[in-house]
Design a protein around this ligand. Structure first.
Ligand code: ADP
Ligand code: MG
Length: 321
């Protein structure tokens, strides 16, 4: 039985499991009314997931709901912001109750973990497109940005890189490997771990930060450009998971680490005297290079020889998907 727009909203999206004390009015009126705590800036980010473009058509709807929030949490993490509120624009071909139940379970499960309250949105009929906007709090002076890296700063990444690219290859049938590794890699694509607490812990430590959605080379490139500096990155220092190294050659793994998207790890820079603070973080962060005054990204092999890349990252308008 097809649900009407209002029944659908009431049934699946009016029951946010999280209630924040700063929310004056949530879902159900023309606007939500929200009070930003004194001394905090509102950090606002938005990401859109288009079916078949940003997630494979066979993706579990629970993972689609999870990922719609996870990719936005990753942006707040890169800003060092604490998540607070989400709004959700849903375009769906039909009111498929099983799809909506799984989607909202994936979304609210992750929302609860991070104290995110859904306070509004819009629901329309159309191709399956999910747009989520996320709001968070950060003291304005403590926000991490892409600007601020200085020559001599060390470059770090959280977690492991290249798993998202390998997961996409698994999804498209382009990577033959052990079943358990394939499932783990696909899980990294569908359920990335947003590094929210790491981002908040980097306030006052990192000089610049970005989350890796389009590949390390492209996203580190944003820090370099905004900071007016360059970098030297050691190819062999890139952190790769055991699963990825079993599934693919190290050359392929490094290529994915540098240029494939969907890892949602953080890349950040710190002055050398903060190296001990980074080592003390609960999430493994690996030093991969150093910021230099000369602009441009230089990737070097174990012998210090320059390595050239065939592609520098994912760009929706470059003609290549
Ligand atoms: P309006 O016509 O004033 O834009 P709607 O009828 O679209 O209002 O929405 C009614 C209420 O439901 C609003 O509070 C809106 O924020 C909320 N809402 C609509 N769609 C969603 C959704 N997908 N998720 C969360 N809240 C939603
Ligand atoms: Mg509306």
């Amino acid at each position: 039985m097809a649900l009407g727009e209002f029944q659908l909203i009431e049934r699946f999206f009016a029951q946010s499991h999280v209630r924040r004390p700063e929310t004056i009015l949530g879902v159900g009126d023309d606007c939500a009314l929200l009070a930003v705590p004194a001394g905090m800036a509102l950090a606002v980010t938005m990401d859109t997931l288009v079916e078949a473009r940003h997630f494979p058509v066979d993706t579990d709807p629970c993972d689609v709901g999870y990922k719609a929030l996870a990719v936005n949490l990753s942006d707040l993490a890169a800003t060092g912001a604490q998540p607070a509120w989400a709004t959700l624009s849903l375009s769906l071909p039909e009111a498929d109750e099983a799809w909506l139940a799984a989607f909202s379970a994936g979304l609210f499960g992750l929302a609860q973990e991070h104290g995110v309250e859904l306070v509004g949105g819009d629901t329309v009929r159309g191709p399956r497109v999910i747009t989520l906007q996320l709001h968070g709090f950060v003291p304005p002076g403590a926000a991490l940005t892409r600007k601020g890296a200085r020559p001599g700063d060390l470059i770090y990444v959280s977690g492991t890189l290249g798993d998202g690219g390998a997961g996409l290859a698994v999804a498209s049938g382009g990577l033959a490997c052990a079943v358990a590794d394939a499932a783990w890699l696909r899980g990294r694509l569908d359920r990335p771990t947003p590094r929210v607490s790491t981002g908040m812990a980097l306030r006052g430590i990192a000089t610049a930060a970005v989350d890796i959605s389009d590949g390390l080379a492209a996203d580190l490139g944003h820090i370099l450009e905004r900071s007016g500096v360059g970098a030297r990155v050691e190819l062999e220092a890139l952190p790769l998971s055991a699963e990825l190294l079993r599934a693919a050659s190290s050359a392929q793994a490094r290529q994915w680490a540098l240029t494939a998207g969907d890892d949602y790890e953080l890349c950040f820079t710190v002055p050398p005297e903060q190296a001990a603070a980074v080592a003390a973080l609960p999430v493994l962060c690996t030093r991969i290079g150093v910021i230099e005054a000369a602009t441009g990204l230089r990737i070097v092999n174990g012998q210090g020889q320059p390595v050239t890349l065939s592609a520098t990252g994912h760009d929706h308008f470059s003609g290549q998907q």
